[in-house]
Ligand binder design. Structure first.
Ligand code: AMP
Ligand code: MG
Length: 402
């Protein structure tokens, strides 16, 4: 078991324990956000045939010797019609966007530059060869264009359809349990007694799991006793691919997640050099990977962004993606921020683009209990250990996706 590891080392150690995810077939229309389990080779050429990129006239460019060219109309090529049209010198064929190029034509004149009179068309040119979309100029039959590990986006769904796929193989959604711990926790909506607070972490963490393409299974919060925690972990391990707990991982007398993992689990690391988010642990419970997230709401969220998200992307076959839920950018500070001794410091900052520069400000109290700080800001500073940053300095930041 390693203690006090860097964020990178935490991800590396976690990736030695993986979820056992199967593969399933889904119809393309239900594949948004899923991760491809196998690469796709196009079943067709794209385009399938030479066609026009414009509405206009298919012509022989050699006919255009002066500013005005008059040609005989010999037909119309429409998208979806397969008539094999042909033209010769002196002839033009009306053509619609996406319609097959007639044999013999080598250029398009756009409709705006034409005037029809009976069976002739007067064209003021120019005949443009670039308005022909050539067969297979985008993709060739058999070409691999979507790869295992890619997340299906709106554009990749359209591309898979273009390539002829009605259904695709994807990685099964990981089922991830979230177990909140703490005697003080009450579900929002229920009556609060003195000393109690609303349980919030499991809701936000569930949303992050869904954002990563997983299925979140929210367990009822457990009380701070070894027996209730053990029983919840056993159920979660038998029903889910991974477990996230929140709370109970510090040095406190009632930090039972750490205690139970130390005594009966298989702990791989405890504590990470980051602030907020210092106390997390990772290991296996009944051979199922388990992250013990800190209870402080900002900490649990930030540990998910920095450590759990890259681990999930690795499990889905997309590699360890540090940017799974956001982007690393360089920002200029407008307010000074203070670093943390020997830990990377993840202050909540707000990034705005002003005059082509990314400017970062801070607005709220930065305590790790203040979940409002994650709503009032859109990013985290990435301050190296033991470094303060004055106003005007450029620093690295993690700008999360909304
Ligand atoms: P712990 O790590 O259990 O000592 O919790 C640290 C702080 O986070 C305490 O103030 C807890 O009340 C709070 N906390 C723990 N779990 C949750 C939760 N699921 N929702 C909201 N706050 C929590
Ligand atoms: Mg607690």
């Amino acid at each position: 078991m390693e203690k006090g590891v860097s964020v990178e080392r935490a991800v590396e150690l976690a990736c030695n324990s993986v979820m056992n995810l199967k593969i399933e077939t889904v119809v393309l229309s239900k594949s948004y956000g899923r991760t491809l389990a196998e690469s796709l080779n196009s079943k067709v050429d794209d385009p399938r045939f030479d066609n026009s990129a414009m509405d206009g006239w298919a012509v022989c460019s050699s006919d255009f010797l002066s500013e005005i060219t008059i040609l005989k109309i010999v037909g119309t090529s429409k998208a979806g019609k397969s008539q094999p049209l042909k033209i010769r010198a002196g002839q033009a064929c009306q053509i619609m966007t996406g319609a097959p190029m007639p044999v013999g034509a080598d250029a398009i004149v756009v409709v705006e530059n034409s005037q029809v009179k009976e069976d002739t068309v007067t064209l003021t040119g120019p005949p443009n060869k670039n308005y022909i979309r050539k067969k297979s100029e985008n993709l060739s039959l058999g070409e691999e264009a979507l790869f295992a590990g890619m997340r299906m986006t709106a554009a990749s769904i359209s591309l898979a359809a273009t390539m002829g796929f009605a259904e695709i193989k994807v990685v099964k959604k990981p089922k991830i349990a979230i177990i909140s711990t703490g005697d003080e926790l009450v579900s929002p909506g229920d009556e609060l007694s003195p000393g109690e607070i609303y349980e919030s972490n499991s809701f936000g963490i569930a949303a992050l799991i869904e954002k990563m393409g997983g299925t979140a299974i929210r367990f009822n919060p457990v009380t701070d006793t070894i027996d209730s925690l053990r029983s919840a972990l056993n159920t979660a391990a038998s029903e889910c691919d991974a477990i996230l707990t929140s709370g109970g991982v510090s040095m406190g007398e009632w930090d039972f997640v750490r205690k139970l993992m130390e005594e009966e689990g298989d702990m791989k690391f405890w504590r990470v050099q980051m602030r907020p988010g210092g106390p997390p642990l990772f290991g296996e419970w009944n051979e199922v990977p388990i992250f013990g997230l800190p209870g402080n709401p900002v900490s649990s969220h930030v540990v998910f962004l920095m450590i759990v998200a890259p681990w999930i992307s690795f499990n889905l076959g997309s590699g360890v993606q540090a940017q799974a839920l956001g982007k690393y950018v360089r920002v200029k500070l407008q307010d000074p921020i203070f670093g943390a001794k020997n830990k990377i410091c993840l202050r909540r900052i707000n990034i705005t683009s002003i005059n082509n520069e990314l400017i970062a400000t801070t607005h709220t109290h930065q305590g790790s209990g203040n979940i409002h700080s994650l709503v009032a800001h859109n990013a985290l500073s990435i301050l190296p250990p033991s470094v303060d940053a004055e106003a005007g300095k450029n620093i690295d930041a993690f700008w999360w996706n909304e």
